[in-house]
Design a protein around this ligand. Structure first.
Ligand code: F6R
Length: 340
């Protein structure tokens, strides 16, 4: 059956996340990356829905990556990007000006480069400069292409020796999502009802989950069209805990969503509970979600998919077309009309 509304289309795309993960990995494996010099740093340049895959990969590899790994979501690359850096430039449309600016800098500085894109100007520049390109399928909004963009990036890093094989984690993530997606979808409907008319406050509790909280925020922003706040524990306990619930009007709207994993430090788990007790009355309600699955990759994607589903179901409750991001498009048009 063809999806009837934009929100139904987005739901289909979210439910297709495991299929995208598989396909994106295959696409990256088919690209000849050539012989490369050793690199002493990795940078992923990308904005919004194209940058988040880099953040998720960074969170996953933080504990094992032998070289510093940064994500750059800006016009300018940090000074560390040089001849010994690998810069992976990711833009689904291939036309995002900040990402193209970062591409230009990486090219001028002689960085080792790979592009991941659906085409556009980035595709053209990379072809002209002989930069290897992983071309992902088009026809969807960038944020809905996370599966392609993320696995293409991860497999590219694997091929270049930046990380060990991620095959078994990818396979497990795909199996888990296929098995659980319907039950997560029904849980997402319940959570969406709880979030209607609220200010979602998504707290991560391990560095691997920080980008997952970011993904929840971005999807709630773009798909559901609502504001969302994120922070990370334990740092939160040293500042935000004091501000919670003030002004009171904002506090009454707050629904805390805490993301937990088996790697969450037991002290952080305890802190979360203690913090929720101490700040009782400073938020409307709180829900705690633990990752599912064995591998880190599967665990991360269990909560990524749940968040994506929540954002679609909240869009439905709010009568917001989950595909519509008019303000982003208008701003891009305005920027395109204003030359530097
Ligand atoms: C739209 C979306 C945006 C874009 C961002 C960058 O679905 O998620 O956050 O990802 O504006 O555009 P691209 O991804 O084309 O480089």
């Amino acid at each position: 059956m063809r999806p009837e509304t934009g929100t139904d289309q987005m739901l289909e795309l979210v439910l297709g996340l495991p299929d995208q993960l598989e396909r994106g990995a295959d696409l990256a494996r088919a690209v000849a990356l050539g012989r490369r010099r050793r690199v002493d740093s990795v940078l992923v340049a990308g904005m919004g829905g194209s940058g988040i895959g880099g953040r998720i990969a960074r969170g996953l590899l933080l504990d094992s990556c032998p070289v510093p790994f940064q994500v750059c979501s800006d016009y300018h690359l940090p000074a560390v990007a040089g001849r010994k850096s690998l810069v992976v430039v990711v833009s689904f449309s291939g036309n995002t000006e900040e990402t193209l600016s970062a591409y230009g800098q990486a090219h001028r500085r002689g960085c080792s480069m790979v592009a991941i894109t659906g085409g556009g100007e980035l595709g053209r520049l990379a072809a002209r400069h002989g930069v290897p390109v992983v071309t992902v399928p088009g026809g969807m909004p960038p944020r809905a292409a996370l599966g392609y963009l993320f696995s293409a990036l991860l497999v590219t890093l694997e091929q270049l020796g930046i990380c060990t094989s991620q095959q078994s984690g990818l396979k497990e993530a795909v199996r888990l999502m296929r098995r659980q997606r319907r039950s997560w979808h029904s849980r997402a409907r319940t959570i969406a009802r709880q979030l209607k008319g609220s200010l979602p406050m998504v707290y991560s509790t391990s560095r691997m989950l920080d980008p997952v909280a970011d993904r929840w925020r971005c999807q709630l922003n773009e798909n559901s069209g609502v504001l969302c706040h994120t922070n990370a524990l334990p740092e939160h306990n040293h500042n935000e805990i004091v501000g919670m619930g003030r002004p009171a009007r904002v506090g009454r709207l707050g629904v805390v969503i805490a993301l937990l994993d088996r790697e969450t430090d037991p002290r952080t788990r305890f802190r979360l509970k203690a913090m929720l007790d101490i700040t009782l009355g400073a938020y409307r309600s709180a829900v705690l979600f633990d990752t599912e699955g064995r591998s880190r990759l599967a665990r991360v994607f269990s909560l990524v998919m749940l968040g994506d589903l929540v954002s679609v179901e909240l869009a439905r409750l709010l009568n917001k077309d989950a595909m519509e991001i008019g303000r982003i498009n208008r701003l891009k048009e305005t920027m395109a009309g204003r030359k530097r």
